[in-house]
Design a protein around this ligand. Structure first.
Ligand SMILES: [Zn+2]
Length: 278
C-alpha cells in the first residue's frame, strides 16, 4: 500500500536537536502523526496546514523527551486524534523522579507495548520497544515500504545521547542490534535527514559504540579515571555545548562495563565517580 509521507521540522534547532525535531505525517485520508514536537505555535500551524482537514486517527510519541511530545495534548484536542505513547510504569517512575527533560504532562490514551500494531485504512505500523536513549523509547516499522521511524534511537546527524540513570548503554546496544536484524530499511529519524541505507548506517553506529567501549576499558586498565577525565582523553576538539552530553554518554559506558564486571566503581554512579580495573 502506498501512502503519503510529510516531514515537518520544528524550529527548535540546538546542540542536541540538529535543525529541530522532525514531525512525520503519514497516510492519504486517515493520518498518523509521529512525534508532534515542541509546544510551539508556528510548528502547530505548519502541522495543521499539512493535515488539510483530513482525519487524524493517531498521534504517536516515540519517547517523552519534551522536544518530541509537548505539542501532543494540544494537537489531540484540535484534531480529536488518540494519543499513543509511553508505558504506564515509565510515567509512574518519571512522576516520582520529576526529571525535567521528560514531559510528565503527556497523557497517552493508549499505552505502547512491544510489537503493538497500529492500523489505519492507509497503513500499518508495528511498535518496537527500543530502550537505551530513554527506557520508554519505541521505533515504528512500516512493512510495505520498508520504513522505520527511529525517533532518537537512530538520528540522521549524530550519535544519540545516553544519559543515566534512565539512559542505558547496554540496552541501547541491544536495541540497535534489534533494528539491524530487521534488515534493509529506510530510516526516518527524529532529528536530521532520512537515512536511505539504514542497516549499514546502524551497523556503523553499533561498531562505533563497541570501539568506544573498548577504548574506555583500555584507558581504565591504564589507570583509575572518572567520566569527566575520560571525556578529556576521548573527545579532543568537542563543541563545549556538547561536553556534558559526551560526559554522560561516557558514564553510560562505564556503568555498562561495571555491570559486565569488566571494571568497578567507587560505589557511586555519577560523572565524578572513580572507576578502576578488576
Ligand atoms: Zn530524546
Amino acid at each position: 500500500m502506498n501512502y503519503n509521507i510529510k516531514s515537518i521540522t520544528a524550529k527548535n534547532s540546538g546542540p542536541t536537536t540538529s535543525n529541530g525535531t522532525n514531525t512525520y505525517i503519514l497516510g492519504n485520508h486517515n493520518l498518523i502523526i509521529i512525534d508532534p514536537g515542541p509546544d510551539d505555535n508556528q510548528h502547530l500551524e505548519n502541522i495543521l496546514k499539512n493535515i488539510e482537514n483530513k482525519n487524524v486517527e493517531y498521534i504517536i510519541v516515540t519517547h517523552t523527551h519534551k522536544d518530541h511530545s509537548t505539542l501532543a495534548n494540544k494537537l489531540a484536542e484540535i484534531t480529536g486524534a488518540k494519543k499513543i505513547g509511553s508505558t504506564k510504569d515509565f510515567i509512574k517512575n518519571q512522576e516520582k523522579n520529576s526529571v525535567i527533560n521528560f514531559d510528565i504532562e503527556f497523557t497517552p490514551d493508549i499505552y505502547l507495548v512491544d510489537q503493538m500494531i497500529i492500523k489505519t485504512e492507509d497503513l500499518i505500523l508495528k511498535a518496537l520497544h527500543t530502550p537505551g536513549h530513554t527506557s520508554d523509547h519505541f521505533c515504528f516499522k512500516e512493512e510495505t515500504m520498508s520504513r522505520i521511524f527511529t525517533g532518537d534511537h537512530i538520528m540522521g546527524w549524530s550519535s544519540t545521547l545516553i544519559s543515566p540513570p534512565d539512559g542505558n548503554m547496554g540496552d541501547y546496544m541491544s536495541s540497535l542490534s534489534q533494528i539491524i536484524d530487521k534488515g534493509k530499511n529506510e530510516y526516518f529519524p527524529g532529528h536530521g535527514d532520512k537515512i536511505t541505507d539504514g542497516k549499514s548506517y546502524a551497523e556503523k553506529l553499533l561498531q562505533h559504540r563497541f570501539n568506544r567501549k573498548q577504548k574506555i576499558h583500555e584507558l581504565i586498565i591504564l589507570g583509575n579515571k572518572n567520566a569527566e577525565e575520560l571525556t578529556g582523553y576521548i573527545y579532543k576538539d568537542i563543541d563545549f555545548r556538547l561536553l556534558k552530553y559526551a560526559t554522560l554518554t561516557i558514564l553510560a559506558h562505564l556503568i555498562d562495563l561495571e555491570k559486565e564486571k569488566s571494571i568497578k566503581s567507587d560505589g557511586l554512579e555519577n560523572t565524578n565517580s572513580t572507576y578502576s580495573k578488576i
